[in-house]
Unconditional design. Structure first.
Lengths: 325, 220
């Protein structure tokens, strides 16, 4: 087991998400950076959907109740295990009683802790992800608090240290500037309800992520983007990535805890292959949108899959070499 | 035939697609949506078919390479869809109108040029039908609201609205099942339980069920 010692902000247990409960009004939840969670699980030889801990704010400390392997992926953090520094995107081994301490997050917005096996909270409606709005899943349906004890499934055999190249380096895309993340989007139902100049404004602007942003949604700040005439739509299903334009003209990107339906006009949707990039852009950071076609968006997903396939192959190769010795 | 007579189909990135039926926000159209949902949920590659208000979202198990055949199937499916009548159960929901949670009761009255009492009696008069579930766990979108109490959604959504809020958003009304962000106007509240993940079916209500609001109190 794991004991949480220090935690600030909405730290939670997440797996890849809950994908087939929309008809009851239940959204996906799940890791904001699914690529990082998968990579952590691959490093440990776990099922890629194994639950981990999503840590969005520092400092964070926990104590391992017994010997176990663990990995840190996602945002770069200054991490120490039993006083020894560990690099980002790294798997390591803790002894019973060791304290893992995360201090600062120089790059990214969310760090993922995965353990050999999984964080063994109950499966609720097909997933272990925390559903904040419904107050179920994860640990008692709520953010983690100091003193929480998280059960873990039995660790596999002891494995050595190993690192992999972070996804944001391998899957790097051109940047407009150092502090701006470009995400690709496919246009959505109401795109044509904005005139040409307004559409151009949407593409050409740098959008600041306001402090009112969280796992529900990113509220952006920039020039007002308004449709030719006000639009009130009948409520319809939406998914994470959808960019809604409320009447004030300031876009909101729906994130993993988003409502499952809405009625504000939708200008575009962040593609699945880039939603993790938005998830790793911190408050105060800037986003820029780049239009892409549906088929290109599918191809981009294949690139992410190929990256994860390579990780899997490399980890397997390292294990085979170790076994042969 | 004009474009307004045909359904609109649009993409929600690569993970879902939205089908919007032409025509009125009424029960006959919604019954056709329920019928199309039942059909489409069985198609290969479709994870779920989720009815909205006279619209349908399909989520993908795997994103289709080509969308043409899916779009054609939806259009044909809509043309063929006979209304699916669902005989649901009827729920009576006691509502406290106004008060701290139902703060927007007065603003809805002001906007619509009605007294508080008029808004309450107009809201509580119809037998509402659950058209769809969505937004958050257990939330029901209701059909049947009198258009006289229509009020556009908020300019900026609220970060937090109370659980059990009875609200109006545009020409729709509904009851929130838990606290959370909302772009609607709360005019009252109820203490009923709409969702429990441990129930065999986690949501208490399903499309086709009906709700009658009972005026428990009116707080001014």
């Amino acid at each position: 087991m794991i004991e949480i010692l220090t935690v600030v902000g909405p730290t939670s247990v997440q797996d890849l998400g809950r994908f087939d409960q929309y008809r009851f009004g239940v959204g996906t939840s799940g890791a904001m950076d699914d690529v990082a969670l998968r990579a952590g699980n691959i490093l440990l030889g776990n099922d890629e959907n194994a639950a981990g801990i999503e840590i969005p704010m520092m400092p964070f400390r926990l104590r391992f109740g017994r010997d176990m392997a663990f990995a840190l992926t996602g945002a770069s953090v200054e991490a120490k295990i039993a006083g020894r520094a560990i690099p980002p995107w790294w798997r390591s081994h803790a002894r019973a009683g060791d304290i893992l301490s995360l201090k600062a997050m120089p790059r990214g917005a969310r760090c993922y802790l995965t353990v050999g096996g999984a964080i063994d909270v109950p499966m609720v409606l097909g997933s272990r992800s925390t559903q904040f709005r419904g107050e179920f899943g994860g640990l008692h349906g709520r953010p983690l608090q100091p003193g929480d004890i998280l059960p873990c499934t039995s660790p596999t055999s002891i494995i050595g240290e190993l690192g992999v190249e972070p996804a944001d380096i391998t899957l790097a895309r051109p940047k407009a500037s150092e502090d701006e993340t470009i995400v690709r989007v496919v246009i959505a139902g109401e795109y044509e309800a904005f005139d040409g100049a307004t559409q151009e404004l949407f593409w050409s602007s740098s959008w600041k992520i306001t402090p009112q942003s969280n796992r529900y949604g990113y509220r952006l700040q920039g020039p007002a983007v308004k449709p030719i005439s006000p639009i009130e739509k009948r409520s319809h299903g939406i998914v994470p990535g959808v960019i809604q334009i409320p009447p004030n003209g300031q876009p909101i990107i729906q994130m993993r805890d988003a409502q499952t339906s809405g009625g504000y006009p939708k200008i575009a949707t962040v593609i699945r292959a880039d939603l993790w990039r938005a998830g790793q852009t911190p408050l105060g950071g800037k986003l820029r949108f780049e239009q892409t076609a549906y088929t290109e968006a599918i191809a981009a997903e294949a690139e992410v899959s190929a990256y994860l396939d390579r990780l899997r192959a490399n980890v397997r190769l390292v294990e085979e070499i170790r076994t042969c010795r | 035939m004009t474009a307004a007579d045909r359904p609109r189909i649009s993409l929600l990135g690569t993970s879902a697609l939205l089908f919007e039926a032409p025509g009125a926000f009424d029960l006959p159209h919604q019954r056709r949506i329920w019928s199309l949902a039942a059909t489409a949920s069985k198609w290969p590659g479709i994870r779920e078919a989720i009815p909205g208000i006279t619209n349908l979202m399909l989520t993908f198990e795997t994103s289709p390479r080509q969308l043409d055949s899916l779009i054609a199937a939806l259009n044909d499916g809509w043309d063929d869809a006979q209304g699916l009548p669902i005989d649901g159960r009827e729920i009576r929901l006691p509502v406290t109108y106004g008060g701290e949670i139902g703060l927007a009761l007065k603003s809805v009255g002001d906007y619509c040029g009605l007294s508080v009492d008029d808004v309450v009696s107009i809201h509580a008069a119809p037998l509402y039908t659950v058209f769809a579930l969505g937004s958050h766990p257990g939330y029901c979108y209701l059909g049947g609201m009198d258009p006289r109490i229509t009020m556009p959604r908020r300019q900026i959504p609220l970060q937090r609205s109370a659980g059990g809020s009875v609200s109006i958003g545009g020409s729709q009304t509904g009851v929130s099942a838990s606290p959370g962000p909302s772009g609607w106007h709360a005019i009252g509240h109820t203490t009923w339980k709409f969702f429990d993940p441990s129930w065999p079916t986690p949501a208490a209500l399903a499309p086709g069920d009906t709700i009658r609001f009972e005026i428990e109190r009116v707080l001014r």
